[in-house]
Write a protein that binds this ligand. Structure first.
Ligand SMILES: C[S@@+](CC[C@H](N)C(=O)[O-])C[C@H]1O[C@@H](n2cnc3c(N)ncnc32)[C@H](O)[C@@H]1O
Length: 299
């Protein structure tokens, strides 16, 4: 597990198809499988999707994304991967259709979890996909920023960003080399996972971070005053800021401690990936200000 962690999250030397066999595949099933399951369900939860879709899972590995989607939405899935050993695990977990040749037609929802950053030309792959495309990538800066560049390239070609974005403009996070966009999901893992976390010192037993993106071919409805929380830095003396992203760009939402009121207390609980609706905020030099009269709701 530690070797695979270093090879996927550290130097990324193992981010390639021949990794997914033998003991690396065993480690993947134990440690990453449940994490992908949660991240994919959290990503799909950001959009409204039809029930019982025909699902394609691209770079499925042992199918955590496909199974997460089926559990959430119903439907049936085809798993595509270069690794026959990984596809054998997918079949053992109940996926009937697996293939080593990318199918092109007949899908409503395509999943691509933690695979784009292993491909030489991810844009060429996504361009040819059908239906709604839900992508999850690691929450690393390099892979996260590559995902945002891919988003911008596809939007220029006529795709729409359905989540996490509330804007179809070029991604504002790319304006600064330090920014990218991640969400988080909290969970109570099973005992075996806690034991693995304890034994290895790896941290994934409370909060999982990931970079989500959902793309579609039709424009999403526009809702006013909606923002995505994209960063929650530690509180500062006398005030707290969270980074939010919406049609006006990526900016800090600021509340001074003395302006804390019942109508703005949801601000205290915000996490990356949350949707919020803001009322009565004001633009100031340091960002968008929550005043005593402003209201914030989780949406
Ligand atoms: C990090 S694993 C992700 C597995 C699963 N989607 C998940 O998120 O847990 C990457 C998978 O992509 C597959 N893969 C990488 N490059 C591929 C390619 N060119 N064609 C097909 N599959 C590929 C690998 O075999 C591996 O199973």
């Amino acid at each position: 597990m530690l070797e695979l962690h270093e090879g996927l999250v550290g130097d990324r030397a193992l981010a390639r198809p021949d990794t997914y066999a033998g003991r690396n595949l065993g480690a993947y099933l134990l440690w990453w499988w449940p994490q992908t399951y949660l991240k994919v369900q959290a990503t799909l939860g950001m959009v409204s999707l039809p029930r019982r879709p025909r699902i394609l899972d691209v770079g499925s590995g042992p199918a955590p994304a496909a199974i997460a989607a089926i559990d959430l939405l119903g439907g049936e899935a085809t798993c595509f991967d270069a690794s026959e050993a990984a596809l054998a695990e997918a079949r053992a977990l109940g996926i009937e259709r697996t293939t080593r040749v990318l199918p092109r037609e007949g899908f409503d929802l395509t999943l691509a979890a933690n695979v784009l950053s292993e491909l030489p030309d991810p844009l060429a792959l996504v361009r040819g996909l059908q239906g709604t495309v839900a992508i999850v990538e690691p929450a690393l800066r390099e892979t996260g920023r590559a995902l945002l560049s891919l988003r911008d390239a596809l939007l220029r070609e006529g795709w729409f960003a359905l989540a996490p974005c509330f804007t179809q403009a070029p991604c504002p996070a790319l304006a600064s080399a330090r920014d990218w966009c991640t969400a988080e999901v909290r969970w109570h893992p099973p005992p075996f996972f806690r034991q693995l976390a304890e034994a290895t010192g790896l941290r994934a037993d409370e909060m999982l971070s990931f970079a989500p993106l959902v793309l579609g071919r039709a424009a999403p409805g526009s809702e006013r005053d909606l923002w995505r929380v994209v960063g929650v830095p530690p509180a500062e003396k006398g005030k707290k800021r969270v980074w939010i992203c919406g049609p006006e760009g990526r900016l800090p939402l600021v509340r001074l401690d003395r302006d804390r009121r019942p109508r703005n207390t949801p601000f205290d609980e915000l996490r990356r990936g949350d949707r919020v609706r803001l009322h009565g905020t004001e633009r100031r030099g340091d960002g968008l200000r929550l005043d005593p009269e402003s209201k914030i709701e989780r949406a």
